[in-house]
Design a protein around this ligand. Structure first.
Ligand code: NAP
Length: 212
């Protein structure tokens, strides 16, 4: 990932877009593009999960499929790229290790944001080394329409007021759809056209993903 070009002053601002992407959909893409613009990110690196601690691997589509679908979805955006770092790891993958890897690569020149779903961030205090993680980067929490930030505040604000300052909520109307919704539609033989890029749609059909 050292091919990311810093600005003229040597600085680099990146967003790591962490998710299972099973499959990637337009909600994810709109989230990444909105985050890029609002937070002036030079690049967004999509990071499909490898062996996350909180999920049973047998319930998730093979990592190579999720990686390839993500690649197909972002290939036409010059600011987006996909990393194999987590999917190639043999060990349990923790966000702190991913973040540390990038901090080490770019040192003090780097400003890092971790972008993911607001619901995933609700559990952040259970993540490995979360206090160090929150000092290392800021978080962008993508929410579905109608999501209330007070839920996050209620859980963390009182106990961890310093945490809440480092989490930015981004309401994304396109997140009304979800990966679960797409998987269910494919299983029911319903169309997923326009819910994900056409290349991803074709990849799903070609590889008979999500059929019962
Ligand atoms: P998840 O539980 O599958 O997803 C929770 C919610 O967030 C879902 O509604 C999901 O919608 C949404 N979401 C997930 N990724 C998103 C993204 N990039 N942008 C917008 N919405 C997103 O969460 P997950 O995918 O397993 O984990 C999310 C990230 O947190 C991953 O990078 C994972 O490695 C990290 N994580 C780290 C630890 C740790 O280090 N200990 C623990 C837990 C999670 P969709 O289903 O539509 O995507």
């Amino acid at each position: 990932m050292s091919f990311l070009l810093p600005k003229n002053d040597g600085k680099l601002t990146i967003g790591i877009m962490g998710g299972t992407f099973d499959p990637i959909h337009i909600g994810h893409l709109v989230t990444a593009e909105e985050a890029r613009q609002q937070f002036k990110l030079d690049y967004v690196i999509f990071m499909p999960t490898g062996n996350p601690p909180h999920k049973d691997k047998s319930q998730i589509t093979d990592a190579e499929h999720r990686y390839l679908m993500t690649l197909l979805a972002v290939v036409d955006n010059p600011y987006f790229t996909v990393s194999r770092m987590e999917i190639d790891s043999k060990d349990t993958t923790y966000t702190i290790d991913t973040v540390r890897h990038f901090m080490k690569l770019y040192d003090s020149k780097l400003t890092l944001y971790f972008i993911t779903g607001a619901d995933a961030i609700l559990d952040i205090t259970t993540w490995k080394d979360y206090e160090i993680l929150l000092k290392s980067c800021e978080f962008i929490a993508a929410s579905r329409p109608g999501y209330s930030f007070s839920k996050l505040k209620a859980i963390m604000g009182n106990t961890f007021p310093e945490i809440i300052k480092r989490i930015h909520l981004l309401e994304i109307p396109a997140m009304a759809i979800s990966s679960t919704f797409l998987r269910r539609r494919v299983a029911e033989g319903k169309t997923i056209r326009y819910l994900t890029p056409e290349t991803v749609e074709q990849y799903i059909y070609k590889n008979r993903l999500y059929v019962k």
